[in-house]
Design a protein around this ligand. Structure first.
Ligand code: HEC
Length: 116
């Protein structure tokens, strides 16, 4: 008599382990700081000092009649929102700089640091 071997096939149950997507948060350190006055001054000296008295350390003389950054810093009308809007709006006389958001943060941090 044949021995009937009852083979019980075990269905292989493949468990797909879905790993939670690991999001590299490269900008974590950046988000903490709202702009660096040091690099803001460097940007101001490099770009803005062509026309404005952007820093006491600058060699160039600003265009007559333009506000110095020190006077901007101490003008109560020059709020952060006003400044950001101004810098992001086209002007006829002032060239439109394509500053990155980070550079804009830095320049504002710098101007703000001149407030007395
Ligand atoms: C090529 C010359 C030139 C350069 C470079 C320049 N500006 Fe100006 N800026 C002007 C002129 C001209 C005005 C005034 C007329 C106008 O608003 O267009 C002005 C006005 C401003 C005002 C408004 C002042 C007020 O009280 O209305 C701000 C703020 C300002 N500039 C910031 C900057 C910053 C920040 C930079 C550098 C990223 C910069 N400017 C570079 C020419 C320049």
């Amino acid at each position: 008599m044949d021995m009937v071997r009852h083979r019980k096939a075990l269905g292989a149950c493949v468990v797909a382990t879905v790993m939670a997507a690991t999001l590299a948060c490269a900008n974590a350190a950046e988000a903490v700081q709202m702009g660096s006055a040091g690099s803001g001054e460097a940007i101001a000296l490099e770009i803005c000092s062509d026309c404005h008295v952007a820093s006491d350390r600058q060699v160039r003389v600003g265009v007559v009649g333009l506000p110095s950054f020190r006077s901007l810093a101490n003008d109560p009308a020059v709020t952060e929102i006003w400044f950001r809007t101004y810098m992001r709006t086209p002007h006829f006389e002032m060239p439109n700089y394509v500053l990155t958001d980070e550079q804009l943060d830095d320049v504002w941090a710098y101007i703000h640091s001149l407030k007395e």
